[in-house]
Ligand binder design. Structure first.
Ligand SMILES: Nc1nc2c(ncn2[C@@H]2O[C@H](COP(=O)(O)OP(=O)(O)O)[C@@H](O)[C@H]2O)c(=O)[nH]1
Ligand SMILES: [Mg+2]
Length: 354
């Protein structure tokens, strides 16, 4: 029986020795990764992860029967989604049925393509496992069916974040994030979008930010720009405008001192906090940012710089790690850029599964 497995360790030679002892000399290396994750959920000291495929030397140890086919896809996904919360899943072995080389080829090809998108191997493994359990041999050998099913699985998996992503800014939103993440640009894009729809927009920003923000805005009719000193003042402005205006709140741009941002945030829990992240950032930096901003609290993620990357697996991984939905996806350096409300269809399209 052919299987794909992840081997973790501190050095490549050491892992290769283990792969050889488990899969013999015909093992195929699918992927080699170096892990440098500071996020607390990655507590492992394993720095190198190699994904390999091969025929286990001691095949008797592998389960010989497939799980009961009575489980429906929905049931399987339901229990699977529970497990996906547990990032350090030890379910690393993916069994592929014997004598179906085409299955392996299609699975491998799709797997390689999605790994190139940067999707976490564990998420992908779970998806492929479901495909192998639920599609019959004929369907598994049909690339179109396989792709369709995999797309369906992604959409189903992402459903857990649906219904919580705003598309109309009906609640005031504070945009948090590191300096240069794209907070002001995102606000400018949203402001222009709503102004064009004829809505009134209020932008509240820390003192001294006026010039930069107004320079960003190509459209000003219907815009009210206010500068606030602290969270109390922001809260007062919000209360005054929230019933009639779209309210967007910029926050101080600093790299380390979160207390300054904290001081600017109104305590009103109905004001949403969205963390702005760059889609082209290194994943470990994104996780460090999540961790740093955790103490301020945020309920959604905004990704900027979509135009600066061709890999979108990071978005999916980060959403899983943060366990919070994405609200907006943004591209372009100015207010003329595009801002998309997040949807799972949009993310799946970006991942280019087909
Ligand atoms: N290419 C690209 N550049 C962006 C995007 N969003 C922001 N920027 C640029 O990133 C820089 C920092 O953005 P800014 O909004 O000032 O970040 P802030 O410090 O979080 O307010 C500026 O030069 C922006 O033009 C984006 O989606 N795509
Ligand atoms: Mg700014």
């Amino acid at each position: 029986m052919m299987s794909v497995k992840k081997f973790k360790g501190t050095s490549l030679p050491e892992i290769l020795t283990r792969i050889r002892s488990e899969f013999g000399d015909n093992a195929v290396i699918l992927k080699t990764e170096e892990i440098n994750r500071k996020h607390p959920r990655f507590v492992s000291s394993n720095r190198v992860v190699v994904t390999a495929a091969g025929e286990p030397v001691k095949s008797a140890q592998l389960p010989s029967t497939l799980p009961s086919s009575k489980t429906t896809v929905e049931e399987f996904l339901a229990s699977n989604l529970e497990r996906s919360n547990d990032q350090v899943s030890n379910k690393a072995t993916l069994s592929i049925r014997p004598s179906e080389t085409i299955v392996t080829n299609i699975a491998e090809e799709l797997c390689t393509r999605l790994l190139q998108q940067g999707i976490d191997g564990k998420i992908l493994e779970r998806m492929l496992e479901i495909c192998l359990r639920h599609l019959d041999a004929g369907a598994l050998q049909n690339r179109i069916v396989f792709v369709k099913f995999l797309t369906y699985l992604f959409l189903r998996t992402l459903t857990r974040y649906d219904g919580s992503a705003p598309t109309d800014c009906s609640q005031p939103i504070c945009f948090l994030g590191r300096s240069g993440a794209g907070k002001s640009t995102t606000i400018a894009k949203l402001a222009v979008t709503f102004l064009r729809q004829g809505r009134d927009v209020v932008v509240i920003a820390p003192r001294g930010g006026r010039k930069q923000l107004l320079d960003l805005l190509s459209e000003r009719r219907g815009l009210t720009y206010l500068e606030a000193y602290d969270g109390t003042e922001v809260g007062r402005f919000v209360d005054f405008y929230r019933d009639t205006h779209v309210v967007l709140i910029d926050t101080p741009s600093i790299t380390t001192e979160l207390a300054l941002v904290q001081r600017f945030l109104p305590s009103d829990p109905s004001i949403e906090r969205h963390l702005v992240l760059k889609a082209d950032a290194q994943e470990h930096n994104l996780y460090a940012t999540l961790e740093a901003f955790e103490q301020l609290g945020f309920s959604k993620l905004v990704f900027t710089n979509l135009d600066q990357t061709g890999q979108f697996g990071t978005l999916l991984n980060t959403m899983y790690i943060a366990d919070r939905p994405i609200s907006f996806l943004s591209e372009g350096t100015s207010s003329h850029g595009t801002i998309h409300p997040y949807s799972k269809e949009k993310l799946v399209a970006l991942l280019r599964i087909e």
